[in-house]
Ligand binder design. Structure first.
Ligand code: SAM
Length: 291
C-alpha cells in the first residue's frame, strides 16, 4: 500500500471523507515520506520501543511509527479524524488511538496500562503548533516516564528550547526544558512538506530525558521563578530584574546582592549569560538569604 504521506493519497483520503482543516487545532499534515523516515531514524526506534504520538491527523507519521516501533499510542483531539484513522491504520495491529486532549489526559496512567514490558519509551510527534510548549512542559513536569522526545515544532521555538547561554534565543524556556533534558535541534523542515503549509518554518528537536535534573536545587518552583524573573526584561541586569520581579525584591535588595555574591555572580551581568548551574547556585543562595 502506498504511504499515506504522499500528496495524492492524502488528497484522496481527505476528499473521500469530506475533511476540512481546522486551523485552530494546528492541523498541518505531512505529505513527504522522506521527512517521516528521518523522524523515525532520529528517534532510534526498534520493535523494543514504545511510542506515544500526539495528534496523529490522518496517520501519516503513525504509520511510519507502527512499522518501526513495537507499539504506538496516539492521542487525537479531533473526533472527525477517528473514522479516517480507522481506515488508514487498519493494516497495523500495534496502534491504539485515544480520543483525548493531550493537555487533559492522564498520560502516566496510560503509560502504565499500555506499555508494560517496554523498557524504552519515546514521544514522537508533529505537534500542533498552537500548544507545543504546554505539551512538552506538561509531559516533563508530570515526569511521564519517557526516555525522550523527537518532535516537530516551529523553528523559532526549537531554537529557543535548544539554545546555549549568551545567545539571543537563550531564555527561561531553554532552562525549563534543559533542566529535564539534553536538547538538540536535529534538523530544519521546509514548509513545502505539509498540507496546508504552515506560516512558519519548522524544526525537529530531540530531547533526551536526564536521569537526574541538570542541577540539584533546594526548591524547583523557586528555581523556575528565579529564571523567569531574570529574563523578565532582557536588557536589564540580573540584579535589576530580581529586585523588580521577586516578591519583596525592592525591600530585600541588599539580600539579593549578598546572594549574587555568594553564588559568584556579578550583579551587573544579564540573565542570558548565566548557565543552568549558575541559576541553580543563585536560586539556593537567594533561599538562604530568606528571599
Ligand atoms: N501527525 C499528523 C501529521 O504529521 O501529518 C498531524 C499533525 S498536525 C500538525 C497536529 C495534530 O494534532 C492534528 O491532528 C490535530 O487535530 C491534533 N491536535 C491538536 N490539538 C491537540 C490536543 N490538544 N491533543 C491531541 N491532539 C491535538
Amino acid at each position: 500500500m502506498k504511504d499515506i504521506a504522499t500528496p495524492s493519497r492524502t488528497k484522496d483520503i481527505l476528499s473521500r471523507h469530506g475533511f476540512s482543516f481546522k486551523k485552530s487545532l494546528g492541523q498541518n499534515f505531512l505529505i513527504d515520506s522522506n521527512i517521516l523516515q528521518r523522524i523515525t531514524e532520529t528517534a532510534g526506534l526498534t520493535k523494543e520501543t514504545g511510542v506515544i504520538e500526539i495528534g496523529p491527523g490522518i496517520g501519516a507519521l503513525t504509520e511510519h511509527l507502527a512499522r518501526t516501533a513495537g507499539k504506538v499510542v496516539a492521542f487525537e483531539i479531533d473526533q472527525r479524524l477517528l473514522p479516517i484513522l480507522d481506515e488508514t491504520l487498519s493494516p497495523y495491529d500495534n496502534v491504539k488511538i485515544i480520543h483525548e486532549d493531550i493537555l487533559k489526559a492522564d498520560v502516566k496512567t496510560v503509560v502504565e496500562k499500555e506499555f508494560g514490558g517496554y523498557d524504552r519509551l519515546m514521544v514522537v510527534a508533529n505537534l500542533p503548533y498552537y500548544v507545543t510548549t504546554p505539551i512538552i512542559m506538561k509531559l516533563l513536569e508530570d515526569k511521564v516516564p519517557v526516555n525522550g522526545f523527537v518532535v516537530m515544532l516551529q523553528k523559532e521555538v526549537g531554537a529557543r528550547i535548544s539554545a546555549k547561554p549568551s545567545t539571543k534565543e537563550y531564555g527561561s524556556l531553554s532552562i525549563a526544558v534543559q533542566y529535564y533534558t539534553e536538547a538538540e535541534l536535529a534538523f530544519i523542515v521546509p514548509k513545502t512538506v505539509f498540507t496546508p503549509p504552515p506560516n512558519v518554518d519548522s524544526a525537529i528537536i530531540k530531547l533526551l530525558v536526564r536521569d537526574e535534573p541538570a542541577v540539584r536545587v533546594q526548591n524547583e518552583d523557586f528555581f523556575f521563578t528565579v529564571t523567569r524573573t531574570s529574563f523578565a526584561q532582557r536588557r536589564k541586569t540580573i540584579l535589576n530584574n530580581l529586585v523588580n520581579g521577586l516578591p519583596n525584591g525592592k525591600e530585600k535588595k541588599e539580600h539579593i546582592i549578598a546572594a549574587l555574591k555568594k553564588a559568584g555572580i556579578d550583579p551587573s551581568r544579564r540573565g542570558e549569560t548565566l548557565s543552568l548551574a549558575e541559576f541553580g547556585m543563585l536560586s539556593d543562595a537567594l533561599l538562604n538569604e530568606d528571599i
